[in-house]
Design a protein around this ligand. Sequence first.
Ligand code: ASP
Length: 326
Amino acid sequence: MADAIETRRHVILGTGGTIAGKAAQPGDGVGYVAGQVSVEDLLASIPSLVGQPLEIEQVAQVDSKDMGFALWQQLATRVAFHLNRPEVDAVVITHGTDTIEETAFFLQTVLRPAKPVVLTCAMRPATALVPDGPQNLVDALAVTRHPGAQGVVVVCAGQIHSAADVSKVHTYRVDAFDSGDAGPLGCVEEGRLRLFRPWPTACETGSCDPVALQRIQSVQALPLVMLLTSHADADGTLVHALLSRGESASGPAVRGIVVAGTGNGTVHHALEAALLEAQAMGVRVVRTSRCAHGPLLTHPGQLLTVARSLTPVKARIALALELLEV
Ligand code: ASP
């Protein structure tokens, strides 16, 4: 029995971000370069983790503002590989805060893992007077050890957020994430979890969804889905530019447009006219809201589809994956 416990492993995948950032001055919380410290060195700097059965892999070293499909493909492949190993209980991913909600949503949609996949991050670089990364990493590992934990979650500032609900809502505060009306899934206090809601849903066969993974592995790029915002004075200029981009006999290169509408997903009439033209040409158009909170409430007679409760950036991923039939 002791052997069985000792051979259980957690895998930590590093992708960069502020958690691995370095500044020239320890007091500098903004003038740093993200993705400088290896995930191995990050873990070695946390005394309580030394000697634990952790496997470490540096998948990338990027500022997550530069995140994209090629890295998501690589990350999903590595996560699936490790989750499929019977001796691996969980995967933790260190990531930048800027796009962590997009990566979490992508991984949850594609993999629906039956084991926990915990993304964590920091709002202060590793060189800060008081870096927040080490505590977030310790909390992330506490989440992975919780019986019944599953699915993709984000852990930051003592809170656990589900991939579907989390958004970065503050540019600077250490507590930068919010799960809107749903609220966090739980919190971590001195290594103990208090759960408020169920874990994200998982696939029913195996440790993650092999079909969706194969589909994203078989393409070079996601179908082109662009994101536009409705605002005062909005018009059709950008839609028309998109429609003429790479136009061929089979239609425009752009396959989808997500519009971040005002309020309950309303769109300026001049922009809406252009979006309806795009829709008539076969481009999938999806309405979301630029409001931070609240679902879109539909009513009869609406001409553009709505993404009921997804933020614009997550609706872009959902539509691209849908066009790929994931
Ligand atoms: N720009 C950084 C990144 O997302 C910010 C962070 O990590 O918090 O990688």
